[in-house]
Structures are given as structure tokens and as C-alpha cells.
Design a protein around this ligand. Structure first.
Ligand code: ATP
Ligand code: MG
Length: 253
């Protein structure tokens, strides 16, 4: 089943002459991990923000279960937003430094559900446990956590609404290599357990290759190539994909 279909998405920022995203099409099936790679500034995060309607676009549609998120009245969109979540690149800036971990998660239940305080506490703890954090973390501030632990909180916050679809925007780029592997394993484990669908953004073809089913290679606002992961690695069609592959092999040496 096709869960998300992006058609001819176009975004031009004011004062920019060229489009940040220039006519992009994406089709993601339920349960799929869809990779998006490309160099810094090519438009990956802009696509992510446009899908979740965090920014307005000039053209295009974003069909989620055949309904256009971009044309939806705001109230209806709010209900849909529970199913679509995002995990950000830098958990340091995406978590409010003044709010304790327990409250960051509990907040989600206050906004989205009609629960008693006790039910909210239980769900908060349950959610933190899903990402390998326990009761001891409830009263801590984001600054009192390691980078990896902070990203676990970011993942827990995304999971709290029980979503179907999650955009992971470079979720491991800010982390040490060893912690990267832990967080990727956690994301993969959650994907299987909850049959989640991911749009997984990275500038690292190695990371994408190890977890994604299909991948689109992006350059200057456009897709140059979309194919199953094995195909991209075994027989890249586009020159730019070959350049990326070579760079990533150098990186692994
Ligand atoms: N709010 C904004 N206002 C103006 N220009 C923007 C804005 N956000 C992004 N851009 C520009 O749009 C282009 C694409 O940015 P985007 O953040 O989507 O890149 P990216 O592929 O996510 O890069 P990175 O890998 O560094 O995160 C860049 O040229 C950027 O400068
Ligand atoms: Mg980005």
C-alpha cells in the first residue's frame, strides 16, 4: 500500500533565485525505509519540512493515504500530524533546554490525548523505556544527557503520538560513530516492532545503504536517481551517484 506520495514539490525561498526543491516526486509504501541522500544544501530538510507543512511551498502535493496534506484545513491537519512525526538532526537544539525529560514526553500526551495524570505518567515511562531510558531520566534536563541519550529522547518524543510515518532528518549525524550504530539499531528495531515507515535523510550513503530499501539521490533541488539500495550500490546510473559512492568509500577506508 502506498502511504505517502509527493508530487512535483517545489519550494523557492524569498531572495533565492534558484529553487531549493525543484519538482520532486516521492512514493513510499507502508513499512518501507526510503532513503534520501545528497550533499549539504541540496534541499533534503526543505522536503522534510514541506511534507509536514512546517513551511509553505509554491507548488506540488503531499498525499498521505490519498489525502493532500497541503490542502487540508488546519484542524484536520492537526489530527493527521499525530501519524506523521519527525526526528531531528541535532537533539541539542530540538529539545527545550529548560524542560525536564519527563515533561518533554508528557507534554505530547497533554496535547494529543485526554488522559488522567497517572495515565500520562505511565505512558511517559513506557515511551522512555521503548528507547532504552528509565525512570532515572524523568527529572533530568537535556543538558544533563549525552548526545546519544538526547537523541533517544528525540525518538521517544516522536514515538509518543504512536505515529505510522517518521521522517528521520540526519538522526545520527551529530553523534560519535559508536553511538551512531546504537541509535541506528534502535531505529531499525522500532521500525520492525511497530511496522513504521521512514523517510530517512542522510548525506552519508554508507548509512543509507545499510538500512534503506530504496533511495533517491538528490542534487541541487532535484532527484538524479531513484532505485532499490542494492542497485544504487551495484550499478549506479548517474555520474553524481558514482561520485557520492566514491566519496563514501574513501570515507570508510
Ligand atoms: N528558511 C530559509 N530561508 C532561506 N533559504 C533557506 C531556508 N532554509 C533553507 N534554505 C536554503 O535552501 C537550500 C536547501 O536547504 P536544506 O536545509 O533543505 O538543505 P539540506 O539538504 O537539508 O542540507 P544539510 O545536509 O546541510 O542539512 C539551501 O541553499 C539553504 O540555504
Ligand atoms: Mg538538512
Amino acid at each position: 500500500m502506498e502511504l505517502l506520495k509527493v508530487k512535483n514539490l517545489k519550494k523557492i525561498f524569498p531572495k533565492h533565485k534558484v529553487a531549493a526543491v525543484d519538482g520532486v516526486d516521492i512514493s513510499i509504501s507502508k513499512g518501507e525505509i526510503y532513503g534520501l541522500v545528497g550533499e549539504s544544501g541540496c534541499g533534503k530538510s526543505t522536503i522534510a519540512r514541506a511534507i509536514l507543512r512546517l513551511i509553505e511551498v509554491q507548488e506540488g502535493s503531499v498525499l498521505y493515504k490519498e489525502q493532500d496534506l497541503l490542502k487540508m484545513p488546519y484542524r484536520k491537519m492537526r489530527a493527521f500530524r499525530k501519524s506523521l512525526q519527525m526526528i531531528f538532526q541535532d537533539p541539542h537544539t530540538s529539545l527545550d533546554p529548560r524542560v525536564k525529560i519527563g515533561e518533554i514526553i508528557e507534554e505530547v500526551f497533554i496535547i494529543h490525548d485526554n488522559l488522567s495524570q497517572q495515565e500520562r505518567r505511565n505512558k511517559t515511562l513506557e515511551t522512555l523505556e521503548m528507547v532504552g531510558l528509565g525512570e532515572a531520566y524523568l527529572g533530568r534536563l537535556p543538558s544533563e544527557l549525552s548526545g546519544g541519550e538526547r537523541q533517544r529522547v528525540g525518538i521517544a518524543r516522536a514515538l509518543a503520538t504512536d505515529p505510522e510515518f517518521i521522517i528521520c532528518d540526519e538522526p545520527v549525524s551529530s553523534l560519535d560513530i559508536s553511538v551512531q550504530a546504537q541509535i541506528l539499531n534502535l531505529l531499525m528495531d522500532l521500525q520492525k516492532r511497530k511496522n513504521l515507515t521512514y523517510l530517512f535523510i542522510s548525506h552519508d550513503l554508507g548509512v543509507v545503504g545499510s538500512i534503506c530499501d530504496r533511495v533517491s539521490v538528490m542534487r541541487k533541488g532535484r532527484f538524479v536517481e531513484t532505485a532499490p539500495c542494492e542497485e544504487i550500490f551495484a550499478s549506479p546510473k548517474h555520474e553524481y551517484t558514482k561520485t557520492l559512492l566514491n566519496a563514501s568509500r574513501l570515507h570508510f577506508r
